[in-house]
Design a protein around this ligand. Structure first.
Ligand code: SF4
Length: 200
């Protein structure tokens, strides 16, 4: 089976998933945007109202900030794969429960096997907590690499948090710069040119 066919089959499975109660109130199952094979996995918490409406992750104000980061650091669509810990919107944008995250983990694990990323950017405390199993606060762990199974995991702030408190913007940029550098060191990307302005 081709990679595209495997991916299409996986997406079909996600779209029909009823494994947790979030299926009852969702408008769309939000699976991904970006490349279906990509060295960088960007992981958020769960779909908000805009993502639920359009079926695409990170499309609202947070998405615009993420897109600014991606373009500032010269990452193109095939360099990254964006998804969330849960694929259906928790009502009222509440944090997904541990049970919901656990139910959706099976799909996320299958997604990771297909995408095969080497570098992970965990955006926000919830993504960090449910992905790593650690309860440490995001402000304590952000900006520090976690190496596991030949992969590199960078926790950072969620763009929505930075929009609420712009004083944290330089830290988000700093973490993204570290991710870009790691992708270069691993030969997934060429070095940035000296005249590239990443807005740091
Ligand atoms: S959140 Fe995940 S596990 Fe729950 S219904 Fe949606 S796709 Fe299935």
């Amino acid at each position: 089976m081709t990679i595209q066919a495997q991916w299409d089959k996986f997406v079909e499975k996600c779209l029909s998933c009823q494994a947790c109660e979030l299926a009852e109130s969702r408008r769309n199952v939000v699976v991904w945007r970006g490349g279906i094979k990509a060295p960088l996995m960007i992981l958020g918490e769960g779909p908000d109202a805009d993502e639920d409406r359009l079926g695409i992750p990170f499309v609202g104000r947070s998405g615009k900030l993420l897109d600014l980061l991606l373009s500032s650091f010269r990452l193109s669509k095939d360099d990254y794969h964006i998804c969330n810990i849960v694929k259906c919107r928790p009502p009222g944008n509440r944090v997904p429960t541990r049970e919901e995250a656990a139910q959706c983990r099976a799909l996320l694990s299958e997604q990771l096997r297909l995408v095969r990323p080497t570098v992970y950017l965990l955006m926000g405390g919830t993504a960090y907590k449910y992905f790593t199993g650690s309860d440490e606060g995001i402000t304590r762990v952000r900006g520090q690499w976690i190496e596991t199974n030949n992969c590199y995991v960078m926790p950072t702030f969620h763009p929505a948090y930075v929009l609420r408190d712009p004083r944290n913007k330089p830290l988000l940029w700093q973490d993204f710069a570290a991710v870009r550098k790691k992708l270069e060191e691993l030969s997934f990307l060429p070095p940035l040119r000296a005249d590239d302005d990443c807005g740091i």
